[in-house]
Design a protein around this ligand. Structure first.
Ligand SMILES: [Mg+2]
Length: 120
């Protein structure tokens, strides 16, 4: 069974993505609502894919991303940004850093499903 971890502090987005994953019974989704518990969850479960909000409390998604890339256990794990920052500059910055893909909020469900299909 594939595992995906979603680090997101917004409950509505977490619920939406959880609903989407109910259509994908072959993938287990684990949610974290802040960066520290998210990184712990990643260390514990070694997921196949990480969905990462950028605007998070305490540590932003870019910092979380840097920590994931600095750890040899997670340096190759694909990370997809999910962010309300929709400016091309933000998207280009994330892709240049090495994010696998960038999903803009409000989350388009078919776009998310397409990305998951490509990745998993
Ligand atoms: Mg957020």
């Amino acid at each position: 069974m594939k595992k995906v971890i979603y680090i997101e502090d917004n409950a509505a987005n977490q619920r939406l993505v959880t609903q989407v994953f109910k259509r994908l019974p072959e993938i287990e989704l684990l949610n974290a609502d802040e960066p520290v518990s998210g990184l712990e969850l990643v260390a514990l479960h070694n997921p196949d894919l990480i969905l990462l909000d950028i605007n998070l409390p305490g540590m932003d998604g870019f910092e979380v991303f840097k920590r994931l890339k600095a750890d040899e256990k997670t340096s190759n794990t694909p990370v997809i940004a999910i962010s309300a920052n929709a400016m091309q500059e933000d998207i280009d910055k994330a892709l240049a850093m090495g994010f696998e893909d960038y999903i803009v909020k409000p989350i388009n469900i078919s776009a998310l499903l397409q990305v998951l299909e490509n990745m998993l």
